[in-house]
Design a protein around this ligand. Sequence first.
Ligand SMILES: C[S@@+](CC[C@H](N)C(=O)[O-])C[C@H]1O[C@@H](n2cnc3c(N)ncnc32)[C@H](O)[C@@H]1O
Length: 309
Amino acid sequence: MELSETFHALGDPTRLRLLRLVAAARLNVTEIVSVIGVAQSSVSHHLAKLKALELVREERVGGFTYYSLAVDATDARWPLIRLARESDDAHGDQARLTELLRRREDRHTLNEKLLEPGQSWLLWASALSSLLPKLDVADFGCGSGVLTLELSRWARHVTAIDRSPQALEQARARLAREKCKNVSFVEADLHELPPGLPKHDLVVISQSLHHVSDPAAVLAQAAQLLKPGGRLVVMELSPHGEAWVKARLGHQHLGFEPAVLEAALTASGFTDVTLTPTPRDGSSPFRAFLLTATRPSRPSKRTAREARA
Ligand SMILES: C[S@@+](CC[C@H](N)C(=O)[O-])C[C@H]1O[C@@H](n2cnc3c(N)ncnc32)[C@H](O)[C@@H]1O
């Protein structure tokens, strides 16, 4: 393969990052997208180019297509590859790759440790959710519907809300593929939901609050949408210093102090607030936590006073 073509191909910064990643580990497209934060279509395009130059090899494993480095030290282009591998990691890809590989390892270990072959935590989660009563659930910021699908498997009905028509389109397609008929989609801003939505038993806000400009206003909307006695589940990130997520992923907040959201929940009239942090993992800049809360059957005296004021 022409050396000049390889030089030319690696002149593109995204391709250079891709090559560095697949040189470090065998990865599928979803994993690569999650590390470099570039659209899947663009990643696939660059991978095709690297494959055409025989720099990258493609293999099917367990229903996924994996990519790895196809050249070794016997190849005339090896010095160039070595330079690429040693070049500056300005985007912090290596830290995210390490985290991804650790999670992959964790998944294997958990499945091996806890369960027999063929079973998984996912099955255990569905076993638990099958014990839940049939609830009407609202999914705030449903994105492409990954969580909506899981909710729809046990809920009576799911209202999937997002302001992005593209995200809703993907969610609709995902749910249609799985033949789920108990989901309705609402294109709306979470700060100001349209009037006339039915009341729900449960509102789930997973990884969406860090995208909105006014999280307290969104939590107040959740309170409005719940039946008396309804529950709220919030999954969020603790404060972190990864400022790149603002430009690349559209985050508006670099995580939250749980106490700030707890105070906003109380101000919106929620009670029985519980906080579950996840254990700190030294290699990841992100740490998630879970908040649950209840909209009381009767408003607290304070909220009632405030409503009258
Ligand atoms: C990271 S995704 C969360 C996806 C999903 N909840 C999950 O956990 O897999 C955040 C979603 O919130 C949506 N979003 C952000 N701000 C919003 C707003 N003000 N109103 C409605 N949706 C919003 C985005 O369009 C995006 O789809």
